[in-house]
Design a protein. Structure first.
Length: 443
């Protein structure tokens, strides 16, 4: 399902006294896309056997969309109006063996996007009855089967989910979820285009779905999403930059030099309360000329059309991101005051994934005063001990603020065998991070 730009504006701005999904707004074109489905959840079993801080693992049912790999958790913690306690919602992407063996998707954990819920942020239940309009029944966003020309017919992956119509950290009636995601189609390209060093045995190899682009989808319940049709003919709202697109200019009209890109993926969008732009999108890309993996960004006034602003973070020799960086999340800074509340402060903080000389991924941190220029602070979450579930790499961080003044990080971990799961870490009073116990065990 697709909605045009005018429909997006109606959803974002809403109409007083009228639900953004009502026929009065001209959006309700296919009733099957706005039906609220009964949600059935199932707990992940035997997580403790994987690792003490694991909160989500691939499903044991081979038919599930996430039975092979999972990744890129995006977690929000909400207090609901008129009720006590909190609710945690996690969106994540996953892949099963059927999609993996088809050869229609690149060697990533992307595939389709699902959802899980929790009352404490540590014990999670997957939503196994998702959107009835998708290509499989247990997902919130699946492959695009309605538009053969679309950018997301081969696989999709999660970027970020925002709920801009509600108050911060509170879900209110009429709130609309906005999901930023990436996808790839079935176009076959030489694998060497996406490799800085090409082994002899891969010089003739082909790969599908690597020319990834960014899209937007909206939902009223966080489970059934409808795609928004972007300005690109493929339906995307952000595409890899090519010189044939012409020069890029900033908000001041001055020309911005933008490097040519091979893909746009893992978008993270942060609403900005102060400054010339209302939304900043940070995304992962590979530069066409140097084959560097970098983080670039774009700016928008309404959260849909983004203008590229160029690369904001590059690899540095001799550091833990010397081989590239990607999959970031950005937040406006907050401080925990003496009244026990988080209050906004100046600047932004970025948690991102760096690849060291050893080829392994670690979670790193950078800070900025304007969202453009960044200062790196180094590794904040390193590999797990040898033999552990996350000894092969950690990344895709998602960070939330807790009531006690600490922060909790959800991240993707990979073992030596290539298996993935989602774990948690907690920031201590001194600012350092440690893995958080998520599963209770009894002797």
């Amino acid at each position: 399902m697709r909605y045009g730009t005018a429909a997006l504006a109606l959803v974002l701005l809403g109409t007083p006294g009228v639900s953004a999904w009502s026929p009065a707004n001209g959006i309700n074109r296919k009733s099957k896309h706005i039906t609220f489905h009964h949600l059935t959840s199932t707990s992940n079993d035997n997580l403790a056997s994987i690792g003490p801080n694991v909160v989500l693992a691939p499903s044991t049912d081979p038919a599930s969309f996430d039975s092979l790999k999972i990744g890129c958790p995006r977690v929000h913690r909400y207090g609901r109006e008129g009720s006590e306690g909190s609710e945690y919602i996690m969106w994540y992407h996953g892949r099963n063996e059927e999609l993996n063996s088809s050869g229609d998707a690149p060697p990533l954990s992307t595939g389709r996007i699902g959802k899980a819920t929790s009352l404490n942020g540590l014990q999670w239940s997957k939503i196994t009855e998702g959107s009835a309009s998708e290509d499989t029944s247990d997902v919130t966003l699946g492959l695009n089967k309605e538009s053969w020309w679309g950018f997301d017919t081969g696989h999709v992956g999660l970027g970020q989910v925002l709920l801009p119509m509600s108050l911060p950290s509170v879900i209110s009636e009429g709130g609309v979820y906005i999901m930023y995601f990436m996808g790839g189609n079935l176009e076959e390209l030489p694998a060497s285009e996406f490799m800085s060093e090409v082994p002899e045995n891969m010089s003739d190899q082909k790969v599908k779905g690597m020319r990834m682009k960014v899209g937007v989808a909206i939902s009223q319940d966080g489970t059934t999403f409808g795609r928004i049709e972007g300005d690109d003919p493929s339906g995307a709202c952000m595409v890899p930059y090519d010189k044939s697109m012409g020069p890029t200019t900033g908000a001041d009209g001055k020309r911005i030099d933008v490097d040519e890109e091979l893909y746009c993926a893992w978008p993270d969008v942060v609403p900005i309360t102060e400054g010339p732009d209302d939304f900043l999108m940070y995304y992962s890309t590979m530069l066409k000329e140097t084959k560097e993996k970098v983080i670039a960004f774009g700016a928008s006034k309404e959260g849909f059309r983004f203008q590229k602003r160029g690369v904001c973070l590059r690899p540095d020799d001799g550091t833990m991101d010397a081989k590239g960086l990607s999959r970031c999340t950005v937040q406006e800074n907050h401080i925990y005051n003496e009244n026990g509340r988080w209050t906004k402060s100046k600047g932004l903080i970025m948690y991102y994934e760096g690849v060291g000389e050893d080829g392994k991924n670690r979670v790193m941190e950078a800070v900025s005063t304007d969202g453009k220029e960044w200062t790196k602070n180094g590794v904040i979450l390193d590999l797990g001990p040898e033999g552990s579930w996350d000894c092969g790499g950690v990344g895709s961080p998602s960070v939330i603020r807790m009531d006690d003044g600490t922060r909790r990080m959800y991240y993707t971990g990979q073992g030596a065998d290539g298996k993935t799961a989602i774990g948690v870490a907690r920031q201590k009073e001194d600012g350092s991070w440690e893995r958080e116990q998520a599963n209770l065990t009894f002797a």
